[in-house]
Write a protein that binds this ligand. Sequence first.
Ligand SMILES: Cc1cc2nc3c(=O)[nH]c(=O)nc-3n(C[C@H](O)[C@H](O)[C@H](O)COP(=O)(O)OP(=O)(O)OC[C@H]3O[C@@H](n4cnc5c(N)ncnc54)[C@H](O)[C@@H]3O)c2cc1C
Length: 246
Amino acid sequence: MPKYVIIGASAAGIGAVEAIRDVDPVGGITVISEEPCTKYSRPMISDFVSGKAALPEMMCRTDAFWDENKVEALTGRKAIALDLAEKNVNLDHGERISYEKLLIATGGIPFVPKMEGTDREGVFTFTNLSDAERLAEKLEDSKNVVVIGAGLIGVSATEALVRRGLKVTLVELQDKILSLLLDSNGSEIIENAIRKAGVSIVTGSSVQRIMGKAENDQSVGSVFLTNGQQVSCDVVIVAIGVIPRT
Ligand SMILES: Cc1cc2nc3c(=O)[nH]c(=O)nc-3n(C[C@H](O)[C@H](O)[C@H](O)COP(=O)(O)OP(=O)(O)OC[C@H]3O[C@@H](n4cnc5c(N)ncnc54)[C@H](O)[C@@H]3O)c2cc1C
């Protein structure tokens, strides 16, 4: 039985492995990760989409990290149930892992509001490598993108899109961008820089509906904003925050 089981192998899971090894060099550690690829920098998915960085440059730990820390890494595996009484974690392939100590480091999932059209082809979130890979492929034949949410993730996505030469409309419900991070002066400085890069910024508004193309209703064709404006686009990125998985 591994002494420690950690569900999630991103920033928190990796940090926990290092912290455990500081005080316990020998106790068995098993890490379970739904994502097949671990140890990459999540903030760098913007550079991946823009083409500035390839996957090897995004790695925040070496290939040998798990071995060096004597960790059994179960990647591409999802924990689907916990038996707290028996101290077991059940995995999606039917396997059962016992533990003495369990850490749930499963992070957040992007919040996608209930809105007409979010199921259309061309709607993306922007939080992990798989999102970034699918988006990068779609952008090959796209021209106009609407990003919903001008927080850290929305602005990060916008930067990648601008670097790829796409026309971006950034829609923010608050009256300024990056409102949770910056004061009014800071927000204005960044907003001016983003506008200068050719981005249309719409503040004090949100997306009401995502509409299909005239020739193919299943694919994204435009969005209707709460201010009555309609913006044509091939892709919509929903970046209005994450909610805890647990
Ligand atoms: C584009 C972008 C830019 C960012 N920029 C910054 C920045 O500049 N500064 C900053 O501080 N933060 C930034 N962040 C946020 C930062 O990446 C997160 O705060 C951090 O990744 C959280 O780490 P975590 O380990 O708690 O969770 P996560 O990174 O969400 O990782 C959780 C992991 O658990 C896995 N998992 C979930 N459920 C299960 C399950 N049932 N079974 C197995 N595995 C599971 C998930 O697949 C995931 O790999 C950014 C994020 C993004 C997306």
